[in-house]
Design a protein around this ligand. Structure first.
Ligand SMILES: [Ca+2]
Ligand SMILES: [Ca+2]
Length: 243
């Protein structure tokens, strides 16, 4: 019995020791002692890469962090630096190029199709685990002779952390063959990520996606810098020295 107690105490001591050592690393998830937060560095950030047919807006934890710089063609990849904080709420508006009145493109001669894929440096990827909601559909019944569209208003605060997406359906995954991505997609690491869209990749033209990443998929603990503006960071700048 005493041996068991000693083993348990040794295990606890080991765990405490590991936590203390972890606290020394730059990506330890620990902040310096004394309740002060250090300033984030570039190695606290992760790369976020997105490819949309045709364009997207990305919100992370309620903040707009990336906008596709090319709205139609050529199909491009956008890569930005993110300062992650978990749980991480990702919200995306993805849009297929489509005339708002007909749902078609190229002078109303073509229905066109869509697709969206995302990968973050922490291992976050798009999949059917994401929620999706189409708010612009058409031409209804693929009727290109008398094209009609259906639309829904953008839900208020659809990108907010506390938005209730429980009524949204799961996203559908689509293959590379179905989306037929162009070269920039193949020049970027999207391994492990799936193309997603709502139920109809041709007729759903504006789709909202949401996903909550509970913890870093790669298991790396990272500091949470969300309230940095409300604290005095560690090692304040010396007088007259700019940072
Ligand atoms: Ca684009
Ligand atoms: Ca398209």
């Amino acid at each position: 019995m005493k041996n068991l107690l000693n083993i348990a105490l040794a295990a606890i001591a080991l765990l405490v020791g590991i936590r203390a050592v972890e606290g020394l690393g730059p990506n330890s998830g620990q902040q310096p002692p004394g309740g002060r937060i250090r300033k984030p560095q570039m190695n606290d950030t992760i790369k976020a890469s997105m490819y949309a047919d045709n364009n997207f807006m990305l919100y992370v934890n309620g903040e707009l962090v990336a906008v596709d710089s090319i709205s139609f063609v050529p199909h491009n990849v956008i890569t930005v630096d993110l300062l992650p904080a978990y749980p991480m709420t990702i919200a995306v508006m993805a849009r297929d190029n489509a005339d708002p009145k007909t749902g078609m493109e190229y002078a109303n001669t073509n229905i066109g199709d869509a697709g969206f894929i995302l990968k973050f440096g922490d291992g976050t990827v798009t999949s059917s685990a994401w929620k999706a909601k189409s708010i612009f559909h058409g031409p209804v019944d693929r009727d290109t002779k008398n094209p009609r569209v259906t639309t829904e208003p953008l839900p208020e605060n659809w990108f907010a952390v506390d938005f209730d997406d429980s009524s949204w359906k799961q996203a559908n995954e689509y293959s590379e063959e179905e989306v037929d991505p162009k070269q920039p997609y193949f020049d970027t690491d999207f391994s492990g990520a799936k193309f997603i869209w709502s139920d109809d990749i041709a007729l759903d033209n504006t789709v909202l996606f949401r996903h909550v990443v509970a913890a870093p998929p790669d298991g790396v603990q990272r500091p949470d810098f969300r309230n940095l503006n409300n604290v005095v960071p560690d090692s304040p700048p010396k007088k007259g020295k700019k940072r």
